[in-house]
Write a protein that binds this ligand. Structure first.
Ligand SMILES: C[S@@+](CC[C@H](N)C(=O)[O-])C[C@H]1O[C@@H](n2cnc3c(N)ncnc32)[C@H](O)[C@@H]1O
Length: 338
């Protein structure tokens, strides 16, 4: 079944697959159909060991009001109680959180499927072994270049060799490993080489899609946004590589850009809300709107507020304006409560 609508195909990129990095903002199904989210992407922390030019979260330092370990575990217990089937932990950099294994163990001990999104900098042999024990759905490692120069230009303070080594350690420990690549003006030409590198490391899947014009990426848009011509060549290479690795490694490209996705979500909000490090809950990464606060309300209450918030006139009006003028999404991290 072709699950991508005509509208979604308009980006000109190869068709999306249901499993890819952008599940973080997309989820599955329509929210009204469900008594609880099907998928919870969670930015566990805002602290990060890198300062990526494109960071949609504008991560770096911890927020002053982040959830404590106890509050975080309480949130996880609520997700268990509501039978949430799938969570993804991102950041900031989640692996610098001192209690990451406590959180992940709790989630996995309660049979929630779990993905971790990481820059891989902390993953050595022992770290990979501990991650393997968690029987995760997957670990997603960001690799934004086929060479140290390119990767480290985008991922300021990053270390390409460490990211590559992280993939190798994870594969050795039989962790389902995915590589994610975000195209920009100065790394997009390396797409084919990064896919080949991913395959040579034995990873399970390679994921990419258009860069989102939000957070720090919006501020650095002029130096980051690839040209139409670059995206056309990118799509051609993706098609070739997808065919070349058929049956050997999954090569996925998320077909929506951030505006196409927003249009679609206005019509059909996903069964998925986004939890921020301080417990505030967002409708979707690209919008500034907050529909609840886990420090004050239950996940169940917030889920009901999430459903109605998508019909809030302020949300609809802002979204329509942003669809006409994507620069407005640069304010997605200036939160507005609805
Ligand atoms: C925000 S990062 C957090 C996890 C971890 N620190 C990392 O670097 O992978 C999660 C994923 O989002 C991607 N990402 C960040 N900013 C983005 C943007 N503006 N557009 C598309 N993807 C972006 C990153 O490259 C990474 O693969």
């Amino acid at each position: 079944m072709d699950f991508v609508s005509k509208e979604q195909k308009s980006s000109g990129l190869p068709d999306a697959e249901p499993e890819n990095r952008m599940q973080t903002v997309f989820g599955g199904g329509t929210c009204d159909d469900y008594a609880a989210p099907l998928f919870i992407p969670w930015q566990l922390n805002s602290a990060c060991n890198l300062e990526c030019l494109h960071c949609c979260e504008e991560a770096g330092r911890s927020l002053p009001d982040e959830m404590t370990k106890e509050q975080a575990l309480d949130f996880c217990a609520q997700a268990v109680q509501l039978n949430v089937p799938y969570m993804a932990i991102s950041g900031g950099e989640p692996l610098v959180c001192p209690y990451i294994f406590d959180i992940c163990s709790f989630i996995r001990d309660n049979n929630i499927s779990l993905k971790i999104e990481t820059n891989g900098e902390c993953i050595d042999d022992e770290f990979a072994r501990r991650l393997a024990e968690l029987k995760l759905r997957s670990v997603q490692v960001s690799l934004d270049g086929a060479t140290p120069e390119t990767h480290e230009r985008l991922r300021v303070a990053g270390n390409w060799k460490k990211a590559v080594a992280a993939c190798k350690y994870l594969v050795e420990h039989e962790v389902n490993t995915e590589v994610v690549f975000v195209p920009t003006k100065f790394n997009i030409h390396e797409i084919g080489d990064v896919i080949d590198l991913a395959y040579s490391m034995g990873v399970y899947g390679f994921y990419t899609g258009k860069i989102m014009q939000i957070g720090r990426a919006a501020r650095n848009w002029d130096i980051l946004c690839p040209s139409e011509g670059q995206y056309e060549r990118f799509s051609e290479v993706l098609r070739e590589k997808k065919a070349a690795y058929e049956g050997k490694m999954q090569v996925f490209c998320y077909a929506h850009d951030v505006i196409e996705e927003l249009k679609y979500r206005l019509e059909s909000p996903s069964a998925s809300l986004l939890v921020l490090p301080n417990g505030k809950v967002k409708l979707i990464n690209s919008l500034p709107f907050i529909c609840g606060d886990l420090k004050k309300e239950s996940l169940s209450e917030i889920w009901e507020k999430y459903k109605t918030a998508w019909r809030n006139p302020d949300v609809v009006e802002f979204s329509m304006k942003a669809i006409a003028n994507p620069n407005l999404l640069g304010e997605s991290n200036s939160w507005i409560e609805v």
